[in-house]
Design a protein. Structure first.
Length: 201
């Protein structure tokens, strides 16, 4: 998997967040997007994911050197952010079962295995609306970690996590890095200090 940015620029009203970004993201490497608040970290991550368009320039996604159509990107990317909405009327188990009808689950892991890894076994049958903010973030991260997609995009991934949750995040990153194209938007060094490349906006 490869993602190529060519002169990518983004403007809101008359204000440019960033201009003419040229970059290439490649499978098996990890990248951090950093910068002061308001510089466009989250916006760039959303552009990379195909969630929003850029104002100028182009972004192309390639699988085995074949360009992917935008409508098919969801099969190959996982996106996790603390502001993501999740179906809170579902239990964690139901949430994962539904999610894995849309994307393949990493082989060798059952839903109970995933709940155990995320530290959510005790609450796996409870509705997500009963979860604390930290538990909800664990649930979202588990969805991303255990999806068999070549690209994983994370926006401020340890938001709302306690120390144990942050340690779990870093352990999973160590396992996943060789098998993903990983891009993290963050200002917290502990969220990205293991990345191969840092892009500062």
């Amino acid at each position: 998997m490869k993602i190529v940015l060519d002169k990518v620029s983004k403007r809101f009203n008359q204000n440019w967040l960033f201009k003419e970004l040229d970059y290439q993201f490649t499978f098996g490497s990890s990248y951090a997007i950093t910068g002061a608040n308001g510089t466009g970290k989250t916006t760039l991550l959303k552009i990379i994911s195909g969630m929003i368009p850029c104002s100028k320039g182009t972004i192309d996604h390639f699988l085995d050197d074949k360009k992917l159509e935008p409508d098919h990107l969801y099969k190959y990317l996982s996106f996790v952010a603390p502001y993501m909405e999740i179906p809170e009327e579902l239990s964690f188990n139901e949430f994962l079962k539904f999610h894995f009808t849309l994307k393949r689950k990493i082989k060798g892991y059952s839903i109970p295995d995933i709940a155990l890894s995320a530290g959510l076994s005790h609450a796996a049958h409870k509705p997500l609306h009963t979860f604390s903010s930290g538990m909800k973030q664990r649930a979202k991260l588990a969805m991303g970690f255990f999806s068999e997609t070549p690209v994983l995009l994370l926006d401020e991934p340890t938001t709302n996590l306690d120390l144990a949750g942050t340690q779990w995040y870093r352990q999973e990153m160590k396992k996943l890095r060789p098998d993903k194209l990983l891009i993290i938007s963050s200002n917290q060094t502990s969220e990205y200090d293991f990345c191969d490349h840092v892009i500062s906006l």
